[in-house]
Design a protein around this ligand. Structure first.
Ligand code: SER
Length: 336
């Protein structure tokens, strides 16, 4: 049976990785949306390619004419970009999500079955009040420490709740309740891709450091050596999205799930990088505001609910992420 999936933010890091993966399934028809036109190589892998702003109602109307089965709403302004333009971030991250949720509800009602809506959330929803509190908290559960200090974290936390409301309680005083939307969210750690470099995030120091080293460049890290947050190799991030999308709804005890893989300090990442590329130097030039953001995020996540409910297990731990995915693939990318 064929299915139609909508991917917003298709040009982004996760969009690239998800499209590469879904394009291998002949039965999947991909509708890709991004603010900027897709590059030719990516465009060749999708059925429909639309340039547009996810907060534009004209885009919702156009997309709403398609019989979409699954939505992967990846478009967002990440944490550093959102601090630079908070109003714009709210518009894209919140109004865009609300529009796409309503659009999905309308499609579900029209076709007579629920649209599955996958929402990438983030460790930015956590807000620890100090480095000591962060160390004390260790691996946090989904319902702990949800006091984000960034616009991005606030937007994502609200949209988790919005999606849940739109899915389960929309118009609860109305009589005609229909099962038209199935909202599921994943809280991603920092993602590291061997193929792309992120823009606008605050976990970017890890991928920036690795990609710089592979090009023989020194790197000045914008957080302290002891800064620690969870990270994940991009193939595991994509796998988690697809696995949660495919999980039987009855097996899900929650709407929002943490997922983790490894949680190194910046110094531990640097040591793997300089261990492989010894001619490269990593120095530390903490940016006070970006450091404060990373200090407020949890040091690690407790992902036991995802492991129990839909058998989440990352393929890559820190060692294998570097040795079998990142180092070989990035080395090949930059021509050895
Ligand atoms: N990678 C994101 C950011 O840095 C966090 O989820 O904004």
């Amino acid at each position: 049976m064929s299915r139609t999936v909508l991917i917003t933010g298709a040009n982004g890091e996760m969009g690239h990785a998800l499209i590469d993966r879904l394009a291998q399934e002949t039965s999947t028809n991909i509708i890709a949306v991004d603010l900027h036109p897709l590059d030719d190589q990516l465009a060749a892998k999708v059925g429909t390619n639309l340039a547009g702003d996810v907060s534009d109602p004209r885009l919702w109307d156009e997309l709403g004419t398609h019989d979409i089965d699954e939505v992967y709403h990846l478009a967002a302004l990440l944490s550093t970009s959102a601090e630079r333009s908070p109003e714009r971030a709210h518009n894209v991250n919140v109004n865009g999500t609300m529009g796409l949720l309503s659009m999905s509800r309308a499609i579900g009602a029209r076709v007579g079955r629920p649209v599955t809506f996958l929402f990438p959330s983030t460790i930015a929803v956590y807000g620890l009040s100090s480095v000591e509190a962060k160390e004390r908290a260790g691996a946090v559960k989904e319902d702990e420490h949800c006091q984000p200090i960034t616009m991005y974290g606030i937007n994502k936390l609200y949209c988790e709740q919005l999606g849940s409301y739109m899915s389960r309680r929309y118009g609860q005083l109305l009589d005609q309740q229909q099962d038209v939307l199935d909202f599921r969210a994943l809280r991603f750690p920092g993602l590291i891709s061997a193929h792309t470099v992120p823009t606008g995030g605050t976990s970017d120091y890890a991928p920036e450091m690795i990609h710089a080293a592979a090009q023989g460049k020194d790197y000045a890290c914008f957080v302290r050596a002891d800064a620690r947050i969870p990270f994940m190799a991009m193939p595991d991030g994509v796998q988690a999205l697809l696995q949660l999308a495919a999980a039987p709804r009855a097996s899900l005890s929650r709407t929002v799930y943490n997922i983790g893989a490894f949680a190194p300090t910046a110094a531990q990442i640097a040591s793997r990088v300089t261990g492989h590329w010894p001619s490269v130097a990593v120095s530390y030039a903490p940016h006070p505001k970006r450091q404060a953001i990373v200090d407020s995020w949890c040091a690690d996540v407790d992902d036991s609910a995802a492991r129990a409910d839909w058998q989440w297990a990352p393929q890559y731990d820190e060692e294998s992420a570097f040795n079998t995915y990142l180092i070989p693939t990035i080395t090949a990318r930059y021509g050895g």
